[in-house]
Design a protein around this ligand. Structure first.
Ligand SMILES: [Zn+2]
Length: 271
């Protein structure tokens, strides 16, 4: 499932190919995505020039002179930039054809992705207007986390994955950030000290930043023929390393199920 770093990697990958380009045609081959695609958006963006490729949480915002396309990759979606003449393969649902002779092609086998259009401010769209702060922006920091954890009895791992507190911290990144901050995933949120909140906020930023950076190194592959996003698995401290030695202390990494998701941690390094 594409998490925030993969979506940001996608944004950076498509940006140089789409900004300044005119949309010559938008084809919806399959409108039954998570929500049916409103075909009125086809005419709304026809001939419009793309000004910016933005992102809010896991939504890609393709801003044009006429309004903004709001695209979510869902569970299994990917975007590729291809020559427009490239034959479609299975699950290629949407083509955004550009005046460069290239096409931004959306593929989504499970069809949990979505595409909306708004002529207004995209941050006021119902999907976006109530979103919590971005983890990589300045308004998410140790003080914000400290305030958000007071009086919260829920385990800290589950709290940092709650999109009402901060968006885009998925399962991989939550385990990794807690390891980096040396905080046990099962700790009650309110038991964290201010210093631990500061460390954890920094660890969340560092983990996501590194994931974006590593994703960036495989961008060429991403926008090329195979469409596979790059992950940073070889750099992981704990995620899916159950039984393997901790990279810091050598003790075996442990795993348990928390909120129906697997959590990985080191019982020696994390307090
Ligand atoms: Zn350890």
């Amino acid at each position: 499932m594409p998490e925030l770093p993969e979506v940001e990697t996608t944004r950076r990958g498509i940006e140089p190919h789409v900004v300044g380009r005119r949309i010559s045609r938008l084809l919806v081959h399959e409108r039954r995505l998570r929500w049916p695609v409103d075909l009125a958006l086809v005419d709304a963006v026809m001939g419009a020039t793309i000004r910016r490729a933005g992102r809010r949480a896991k939504y890609l915002l393709i801003e044009t002179g006429s309004g903004t396309l709001i695209l979510h990759l869902g569970m299994s979606g990917s975007l590729r930039v291809l020559p427009t003449s490239t034959p479609r393969i299975a699950h290629d649902h949407i083509d955004i054809e550009l005046d460069s002779g290239q096409t931004l092609r959306f593929n989504d086998p499970r069809r949990f992705g979505s595409l909306f259009f708004t002529s207004g401010d995209p941050t006021l769209h119902p999907l976006l207007k109530s979103l919590a702060p971005e983890p990589l922006e300045a308004d998410f920091d140790g003080e914000y986390l400290w305030r958000g954890t007071r009086r919260r009895a829920v385990a800290i791992k589950q709290l940092i994955m709650n999109a009402k507190l901060v968006v885009g911290v998925g399962n991989i990144y939550a385990s990794e950030a807690l390891f980096r901050a040396r905080v046990r995933p099962r700790r009650q949120s309110k038991s964290l000290t201010r210093a631990e909140c500061i460390k954890l906020a920094r660890a969340i930023k560092a983990t996501l930043t590194m994931a974006v950076k590593v994703g960036g190194t495989t961008l060429r592959d991403y926008v090329g023929a195979d469409g596979n996003p790059g992950y940073f698995r070889q750099k992981l401290y704990v995620y899916e390393r159950h039984g393997e030695p901790c990279r810091v202390c050598g003790k075996a990494i442990r795993q348990f199920t928390q909120g129906a998701r697997s959590t990985y941690w080191c019982s020696n390094c994390q307090k």
